[in-house]
Design a protein around this ligand. Structure first.
Ligand code: AMP
Length: 627
């Protein structure tokens, strides 16, 4: 590899994970994409990127085919499938009801109190069409925006699809946000309609969401917002404004279960979704019907090795990109059964997730490192009480996956039989970018290699590739179909920031390193790098070292100013529930542990023990709060 590498322009990497997990023979036999296929796909994508993605696009239905797969004549304004006409919902519903999938379960939903609802593809198709017609009756048409302030309910999926079907742009606002944020979003997005619920269940409580809507919309003129649609869920009393508010059930009752799918250009907007942002302001990222559909469909089917018998559960909230791409669109595009759970993972006790897996026979479970670490604190007692034998693949996304949590998931949930796929991607990328496949050789803590068609690299401050083992900035050097097509209210950010920081490359904002096998290890956000005596160290390495101590459940490390060393680290940790040592004992024990694991460079000034770490609403550790 090339590159004049100045020590201070790259990251040091102190942690070395030696454990390796090879795919089981059965997986090598049964996987839809075997290592030879994968090699061929990579070769094709490397030599002819358009041919690779064209082949992926051919698996879907189009009203009109493209003139060009990728128009890259004016970078970074990349345009995918130019001239093509499609509708993502046509591919997620209509084409399945022409096949054996018609009566297959599309959605299994479980409410927190234990109630359950299920929809076949045909039932979901009819429900979506009814609401599509209901939205039309409120005057919503192609290009209008609709805010969905919704928890995890079937009607959330129905609303997303109903909007997309008629060409309206949906924008989910996470149901854990309060009136103030909803108000901000409504003023930024200018929706014609807001869809919400009376209330929903969360951790044994009823959250009265409609009340938040009323607070958020005080003094909001009809030019900004015309109607509010309210779904019955918790049956709590709500105030209904007769000039503005409609019950969902009243609206759809007399609507026909058929509505044509609007013919959309491939790069017409599908949704606006805000990034989760652990620091700084969240951005409203815009995705398209065509490119997004191709990227999500291909990655969903390949990464999770989809089989017709799979029951897929993505435990993310639909308010975040993971929920959009791999709870709703990916599974439905592929004709899979997707599982959705309304409530809290520890309600009524810490075995709820394992209970859901055994109850519905979940075969693929896609979660986050944070969720694993939370459940791990309770040990193996709870998973042991449930039959998890249907599981065949496990996955995670959202934060660096510390090796100890990875190993715990592999051993206690996968029983050593399920590959654990650590998938790296972002709201902006729309789809999984760097990830193992079920036939890959796995190293705990590594996201392994870029998927076919993804040209990822690690560069120094000047944009030059760094040598193996050194850390630097994670970049993507070629466009990919599910890439975002814009950012709300900021026309220049794509050119100036994302593709401008290192000209010709997409800057992801993360730091990472590549090892001798070309495997990627994400070291954290670029804004969070520690600089101790001139050594630049990604926070994830120190956090992983802390969580490799058997008593530590979660850890976060921030840099604090130091007169001599420039910076030293300060750690915040939560402990497993069975720890008996005192804080003082643990303090010195953990400091020596860090010394053993990372050497003398990382100086931890202090360690604070907390019951819980502050998290963003999508569950990521909120470093800004701890700083
Ligand atoms: P979001 O705003 O939710 O799109 O967050 C995207 C960010 O989450 C990425 O830029 C990473 O910092 C982090 N992230 C996502 N997946 C992973 C992963 N597998 N390993 C490490 N960090 C990840």
């Amino acid at each position: 590899m090339e590159g004049s590498v100045d020590h201070n322009e790259t990251l040091d990497s102190l942690l070395h994970e030696e454990r390796v997990f090879r795919p089981l023979p059965q997986m090598m036999i049964e996987a839809g994409v075997n290592p030879q296929d994968l090699r061929a796909a990579r070769e094709l994508a490397d030599t002819d990127l358009s041919a690779y993605w064209e082949e992926a696009a051919e698996e879907l239905d189009w009203f009109t085919k493209w003139e060009k797969v990728l128009d890259d004549s004016e970078p970074p304004d990349y345009r995918w499938f130019t001239g093509a006409r499609c509708n993502i919902v046509y591919n997620a519903l209509d084409r399945h009801i022409e096949t054996v999938n018609k009566n297959r379960l599309a959605l299994i939903w479980e409410g927190e109190p234990g109630d359950s609802r299920q929809f076949t593809y045909y039932e979901l198709y009819r429900a979506v069409n009814r609401f599509a017609n209901g939205l039309k009756s409120l005057g919503v048409s192609k290009g209008d925006r609709v805010v969905l302030y919704m928890p995890q309910l079937p009607e959330t999926v129905i609303s997303m699809l109903a909007c997309a079907r008629i060409g309206a742009v949906h924008s989910l606002v996470f149901s854990g946000f309060s009136a103030r944020l909803l108000r901000e979003r409504v003023r930024e997005i200018h929706p014609k309609v807001v869809v919400t619920v009376d209330g929903f269940y969360r951790n044994g409580q009823v959250i009265r969401l409609k009340e938040e809507v009323d607070r958020a919309l005080i003094d909001t003129p009809a030019e900004i917002l015309e109607s509010v649609v309210v779904v019955h869920r918790a049956n709590v009393d709500v105030d209904m404004d007769s000039a503005r508010d409609y019950w969902y059930e009243d609206l759809v009752r007399h609507e026909r279960p058929h509505a044509p799918a609007e013919i959309m250009a491939a790069d017409d907007p599908l949704f606006i979704l805000h990034t989760s942002s652990t620091s700084g302001k969240s951005k409203g990222v815009i995705h398209s019907h065509g490119g997004y559909m191709v990227g999500v469909h291909r990655t969903f089917k390949w990464v999770f090795d989809l089989k017709p018998t799979d029951i897929f559960w993505c435990a993310a909230d639909p308010g975040w990109i993971t929920g959009h791409s791999y709870l709703v669109y990916g599974p439905l595009l592929a004709g899979t059964t997707t599982v959705m759970y309304e409530g809290h993972s520890l309600y009524p006790q810490a075995d709820r997730m394992w209970n859901i897996i055994s109850k519905y026979g979940v075969t693929i479970f896609y979660t986050s490192p944070t969720q694993v670490r939370t459940l791990m604190r309770f040990g193996h007692r709870y998973p042991e009480q449930h039959d998890l034998s249907t599981l065949r693949i496990l996955g995670a996304v959202g934060e660096p996956f510390n090796p100890e949590a990875w190993i715990w998931l592999h051993k206690n949930i996968g029983k050593g039989q399920c590959p654990v796929l650590d998938t790296w991607w972002q709201t902006e990328t729309g789809m999984i970018m760097i990830s193992p496949m079920p036939v890959s050789v796995l190293k705990p803590g590594s996201v392994t290699r870029p998927l076919p068609g993804i040209d990822a690299d690690i560069v120094d401050i000047e944009g030059k590739s760094v040598p193996e083992g050194k850390g630097g900035f994670l970049v993507i050097k070629k466009p990919w179909p599910a890439m975002f097509i814009g950012v709300l209210g900021d026309e220049h950010v794509i050119r100036d920031h994302y593709w401008g920081r290192f000209p010709g490359m997409f800057y992801a904002g993360d730091v990472a390193r590549k090892d001798e096998d070309g495997y990627f290890w994400i070291q954290g956000r670029a804004d969070d790098v520690l600089n101790i005596s001139g050594h630049r160290i990604g926070t994830a390495e120190v956090e992983s070292a802390l969580t490799s101590h058997p008593h530590v459940a979660e850890a976060v490390v921030v840099g604090v100013a130091d007169k001599i060393k420039g910076q030293v680290a300060k750690a915040f940790v939560t402990l497993n529930y069975d720890v008996v040592e005192t804080d003082d004992e643990l303090h010195s024990e953990l400091k020596s542990h860090i010394h053993r694991e990372l050497g003398p460079i990382v100086i931890i000034r202090s360690i604070e023990f907390l019951d819980e770490l502050p998290k963003t609403s999508s569950g990521k550790i909120k470093r800004s709060a701890l700083k």
